[in-house]
Design a protein around this ligand. Structure first.
Ligand SMILES: Nc1nc2c(ncn2[C@@H]2O[C@H](COP(=O)(O)OP(=O)(O)OP(=O)(O)O)[C@@H](O)[C@H]2O)c(=O)[nH]1
Ligand SMILES: [Mg+2]
Length: 370
């Protein structure tokens, strides 16, 4: 395997991801108000900054609400006065966020500390505390409220995550197997935002599957859509790698990648993003088997993935994955032929999730324990 050519040739600007699944806003909780030492009066507390998850809300909407202002602040407490010896507390500020959001406090180095994840509708969490009111404990001096740079990242929650080079047929597969209706088209980066579909089984089991934008060699240095959207598969239980049997070529100016090359490069990119991703079970789908000459390629690739260590030996060191991966199943199909073509895959997905004890057992249904 040569894997030569301008690996990281420049990709046109419009191919760089723009969709919003991350938003930033500065937040400032209210200050506590002064107390009145002479009368033992206590000042009001500053209002907290609260995040509340709302089903149906999006980060695009959040971004639009806050991009101009850039700062969300809560009310200060009211000071203690002779007429009102206990000052009123400041109103908290409640910010609506989508379900599935992770909130980070950013630091100056560009890193962040995870404050909370909101995974349920109506779940609330305080991300910045209002300052305490002035009281005997603090010499009747109201305390400053917390303020921080908040970053919100959206993580989808799905059982199965689709990963693959652009144009491999991931969205076509999601369409065939689930109730989702994603956009399908014959050009790379058709999918620009992740989408989740639900796979339903006759026994009423439901499995969710997330379709992601195509992943490219060099995604870790932000080629193509970059690989930041891979965070959406951090929480999946099973990865489904989809490849085009005829390989992939971004444009005539870019090198051709064969099917097995795309598999190696995908493993490498997943590893560079987070090596623990590959400790999840992975299934391989080799798609577009209706293409002429594909049956022989399919057999060859099947043999190669059974001995990945030999394939890796021939790969240039800078793109060689460090761990050999064992696929749970290797399956060939033509996703464009619709639900019948993915019947077998649908069954295997349920079996793998069952084996991982991630779904209830068939017997349990019969015995009525579920
Ligand atoms: N011949 C053939 N074409 C297919 C098959 N599955 C998908 N395609 C075509 O391949 C093209 C890309 O399909 P998509 O489902 O949009 O691919 P994708 O992996 O979602 O692509 P991105 O969203 O760009 O990453 C479309 O023109 C599909 O009709 C198949 O089984 N056989
Ligand atoms: Mg797609």
């Amino acid at each position: 395997m040569r894997l030569s050519g301008a690996l990281y040739k420049k990709i046109r600007r419009y191919m760089v991801g723009k969709f919003i699944d991350s938003a930033k806003v500065r937040v400032r909780a209210g200050n506590g108000a002064d107390g009145l030492a002479k009368f033992g009066g206590v000042g009001g507390r500053g209002g907290d900054i609260v995040l509340e998850a709302t089903a149906g809300d999006t980060l695009d909407a959040f971004y639009k609400r806050w991009k101009k202002k850039g700062l969300a602040s809560a009310r200060n407490g009211d000071p203690s006065q002779v007429k009102r010896i206990f000052g009123h507390d400041g109103e908290p500020k409640v910010l609506s966020v989508p379900v599935g959001v992770a909130a980070y406090a950013r630091n100056d180095l560009g890193g962040g500390v995870l404050l909370a994840e909101l995974n349920e509708n109506r779940e609330r969490v305080v991300v910045a505390r209002g300052g305490a009111g002035g009281s005997p404990e603090n010499d009747f001096k109201g305390q400053k409220g917390e303020s921080l740079h908040l970053q919100l990242d959206l993580k989808l929650i799905a059982d199965v995550g689709l990963v693959g080079f652009p144009n491999a047929g991931k969205s076509t597969l999601l369409k065939a197997i689930s109730n989702a209706r994603p956009k399908v088209a014959d050009y790379p980066f058709t999918t620009v935002r992740p989408e989740v579909g639900i796979i339903e089984y006759p026994d009423l089991t439901k499995v969710s599957m997330a379709d992601l934008p195509g992943l490219l060699e060099g995604a870790h240095i932000n080629r193509g859509m970059g690989h930041s959207f891979l965070r959406h598969i951090e929480r999946t239980k099973l990865l489904l790698m989809v490849t085009d049997v005829t390989g992939f070529r971004l444009s005539p100016q870019h090198p051709m990648r064969s099917c097995i090359e795309t598999i190696v490069l995908l493993i490498r990119e997943l590893e560079l993003y987070d090596p623990t991703l590959l400790s999840k079970p992975v299934m391989l789908v080799i798609n577009k088997l209706d293409q002429p000459g594909s049956a022989e390629i399919f057999e060859e690739v099947k043999a190669q993935v059974a001995k990945l260590e030999e394939v890796f030996e021939e790969v240039p060191e800078e793109v060689r994955p460090s761990n050999v991966l064992q696929f749970q199943h290797v399956l060939g199909m033509s996703a464009k032929d619709g639900p019948a073509a993915v019947k077998e895959l649908k069954k295997l997905i349920k079996n793998v999730l069952r084996e991982q004890i991630m779904l209830p057992n068939e017997d349990d249904y019969e015995q009525g324990t579920v």
